[in-house]
Design a protein around this ligand. Structure first.
Ligand SMILES: C[S@@+](CC[C@H](N)C(=O)[O-])C[C@H]1O[C@@H](n2cnc3c(N)ncnc32)[C@H](O)[C@@H]1O
Ligand code: SF4
Length: 315
């Protein structure tokens, strides 16, 4: 699981992990969506991504995210097979609605390391009322999660901590556990400047949600809370080592230090979700990934690393 990497303490800045926004296109229209340049129709092909990866000898992990990258299944498969051959770990982030049994098998056979599916509801009616995607879409996502578990894929389900999930976090945990999923990511809902979405929740409520999870969590599952700085949660900071033993983790942010985001138009961002600041453009400057971590590291990146301005969103 990629999340384990973020538990390591390391201040050695080098590009080990790349998140590729193959496309911003999507079959969903989530109001909270953080995707950069959402209306951009550009798509990176599998061959283009492979060529980019070839130029990054330090790369250990590749995450395909978007948009909904499984709109371009054949390209994803090609990239995964190439990475598996080169020993680069891969993850796909998906809304889980476009897969089927055969495709899940192909992802596994071609060496996908982690399939990461988003889920914020426990029944078709509420899912449809929120996303307006039709009642059958929820069943499709659940079928794919169940089938992924059956096929022994490394499956992580991600839930956003925000106004909508606040009242049902225990219910969501139990539901996801009952599907057979043993890895859950709880991602703090980040306000999105470019869309104006701001249904985030404040520290007190996050505290309550963490407490609920501690109380309901089963011993054989692992839970990762993302984008929460424990400095803001002293009670849990004191308990961090104990919580780790219980399988509850607060991973450190690796954005900008080990990981960058590449958008399909060539823009290289520090973090698409929390800090979508453009450092360079790979098509305008093919040496950008080398330049960013050279002596002349861009000021935007050194500022980010020293100040973590995205944390202003955290409460
Ligand atoms: C942009 S989506 C792309 C992958 C895929 N389409 C999906 O929804 O899973 C990547 C992840 O970011 C999460 N996400 C989107 N907007 C967010 C926000 N404002 N705050 C926190 N997480 C967000 C989604 O729930 C999803 O798990
Ligand atoms: S499914 Fe993912 S990419 Fe699509 S709109 Fe929702 S969050 Fe954005």
């Amino acid at each position: 699981m990629f999340k384990k990497i973020e538990l390591e303490k390391n201040n050695n800045f080098q590009l080990e992990s790349l998140e590729v926004g193959l496309t911003s296109q999507c079959n969903f229209h989530c109001e909270y969506c953080c995707a950069y340049h959402k209306n951009d129709k550009a798509v990176l092909t599998g061959d283009q991504v492979i060529e980019i990866i070839r130029q990054i000898p330090t790369l250990k992990r590749l995450k395909l995210s978007g948009g909904e990258v499984l709109l371009y299944f054949a390209d994803c498969l090609k990239i995964i097979a190439y990475c598996a051959e080169k020993g680069i770990k891969t993850q796909i982030n998906s809304n889980g609605s476009l897969l089927d049994q055969e495709q899940l098998g192909l992802l596994r056979q071609n060496g996908l390391d982690t399939l990461h599916i988003s889920l914020n509801f426990t029944n078709a009616q509420e899912h449809d009322a929120y996303y307006k995607m039709g009642l059958s879409v929820f069943a499709k996502i659940i079928d794919n999660i169940t089938e992924g578990v059956r096929q022994n894929l490394n499956l992580m389900v991600e839930t956003i901590l925000f106004e909508t999930t606040e009242k049902r976090i225990t219910e969501l945990y139990n539901y996801i556990y009952a599907l057979g999923v043993r890895h859950m990511e709880l991602q703090y809902g980040i306000s999105i400047d470019h869309s104006g979405w701001n249904k985030t929740i404040f520290k007190e409520k996050v505290n309550l949600m963490i407490t609920e999870i501690i109380n309901c969590k089963k011993p054989d599952s692992l839970v990762y809370f993302s984008c929460l700085d424990l400095a803001d949660y002293p009670t849990f900071r004191e308990q961090e080592e104990e919580l780790k033993k219980q399988g509850i983790f607060f991973p450190r942010c690796i954005e900008g230090k080990k990981q960058l985001h590449l958008h399909s138009n060539g823009d290289i961002l520090i973090c698409e979700l929390g800090y979508p600041v453009v450092l360079d453009n790979l098509f305008a400057n093919p040496g950008a990934f080398v330049d960013i971590y050279s002596n002349k590291m861009p000021e935007k990146l050194t500022d980010f690393i020293s100040q973590h301005p995205c944390r202003k969103n955290a409460w």
